[in-house]
Design a protein around this ligand. Structure first.
Ligand code: PMT
Length: 399
């Protein structure tokens, strides 16, 4: 069913692609109204978007004529969904700080509709910690992100920062549109994320490189698909996702306890955490002096949380991850069977990109029905595709 979409265009060469985006959105039955920033008008004229959308284009906040026709409050009310494509580093910085210094930012502050950003910028600007902090802040406020992707950039460089193609944006929209009709709607999903920390003393611990990005992105996507999400997270530096119940833990034993506590309400369990397999046999609440420490560390095995889950009755639909440096498929299938999971999502780790502490990932899903490949992309968009796949597969199992 068509939606009333407010398409925001900010300044970037990718603005030319948004002309095709408007055409495609209209072909899919959506009503599209366009709002352009001043910088966007240097790349494509408002007249082009007026012709292609069939509606006047909003450009100025303080323009008497356009305010009378469709002021920023009316535009905010019109929007069932706001998509900003391209979303420049500048518009994201302004939105992250609640600025309302043009029509687009004012509409975004005034609307209650979900807002999605489709970033486009030079890869160095994208990776800049200031941009990343703005994105994290926006996600904390419920903004979603589609893309960017990696590839050749208009500036002649190569990297992560290309805007998704119009057809990919439409596909993202289609996969989030039927949210409430997803088999996941109303289901309780428990997701583990991040590393665990296994203390040796008051300040030292064993841990791993997991950032929590994959698990948090899955939690956000599952919530958008209508699920009630409990996110059980080891120590990470990520903001709490909106509308997700967050349970913070440190150790594998604490994570296991939190999982057990929430299992009776769980329909689906997703183990994205990198749980430490071992912990120091003994630990101290004070800091060991150098001469108190042995050069040999005695370890003891931690419980396997996935196995706790699959032995629980009634057993939730169980999805694990396999993080492997080699023979990925072989190990993934072995773990799927040995741990009695329904589905396993395998990612290769130890490469320059993807897996642990990376913004992107490449995965393969293995189930008893075969293998599905998901190419390298940001964890934020991958998560939507994985959750869509999980919803469809889970729905089919239930029938
Ligand atoms: O957090 P990011 O930086 O975004 O990185 C994401 C990720 C690489 C951590 C994630 O995609 C991932 O692969 N998570 C699982 C990592 C892992 O521990 O894999 P494993 O092959 O060792 O374990 C297999 C499964 O058993 C996992 O679902 C794991 O959560 C679970 N497990 C492992 C050990 C244990 N004691 N208890 C468990 O439940």
């Amino acid at each position: 069913m068509g939606q009333s979409i407010l398409l925001g265009i900010s300044g970037g060469i990718a603005a030319y692609k948004s002309v095709d985006l408007v055409r495609r959105l209209r072909e899919h039955g959506h009503i599209v109204r366009v709002v352009m920033t001043q910088a966007a008008q240097s790349f494509v004229t408002p007249l082009t978007f007026q012709a292609i959308s069939g509606h006047p284009v909003g450009c100025n906040l303080l323009d008497a004529a356009s305010e009378a026709a469709m002021d920023h409050i009316s535009l905010a009310r019109f929007a069932e969904r706001v998509i900003i494509a391209p979303a420049s580093a500048n518009i994201m910085a302004r939105l992250a700080h609640g600025m309302a210094n043009d029509l687009l930012t004012s509409v975004c502050l005034a609307t209650t509709a979900p807002i999605t950003l489709v970033p486009a910028m030079n890869h160095r600007m994208w990776h800049n910690p200031i941009t990343q902090a703005n994105i994290a802040r926006l996600q904390q406020f419920g903004f979603t992100l589609w893309g960017p992707t990696e590839g050749a950039q208009a500036c002649g460089e190569y990297g992560l920062g290309r805007m998704l193609e119009p057809e990919e944006i439409v596909r993202c929209l289609e996969s989030t549109a039927p949210i409430m009709t997803s088999p996941l709607a109303g289901k309780n999903i428990i997701i583990t994320a991040g590393p665990t920390r296994e203390p040796l003393d008051a300040i030292r611990f064993i841990s791993n490189r997991s950032s929590g990005k994959m698990g948090y992105a899955l939690a956000v996507a599952a919530q958008h698909y209508g699920a009630h999400v409990t996110l059980i997270s080891g120590p990470v530096a990520l903001p709490q996702p909106n509308h997700v119940r967050l349970v913070k833990v440190e150790t594998a034993l604490e994570m296991q306890q939190a999982v057990i506590q929430h299992l009776p309400q769980g329909d689906i369990f997703i183990g994205a955490a990198a749980v430490a397999d071992f912990r120091p046999e003994t630990s101290s609440t004070h800091k060991y002096a150098k001469d108190e420490l042995s050069t040999t560390l005695a370890l003891t095995l931690n419980p396997d949380i996935i196995e706790t889950v699959t032995q629980f009755l009634p057993r939730p639909f169980t999805i694990g991850f396999a993080a492997q440096t080699h023979d990925v498929k072989l190990h993934a299938i072995r773990k799927l069977t040995e741990k009695n999971m329904d589905v396993i999502i395998a990612n290769q780790v130890g490469l320059a990109e993807g897996g642990f502490d990376s913004d992107v990932n490449t995965v393969d899903i293995y189930s008893r029905d075969g293998q599905t490949h998901f190419p390298c992309q940001p964890k934020t968009t991958l998560a939507y595709q994985l959750i869509k796949w999980i919803g469809d597969y889970y729905g089919a199992q239930k029938i």
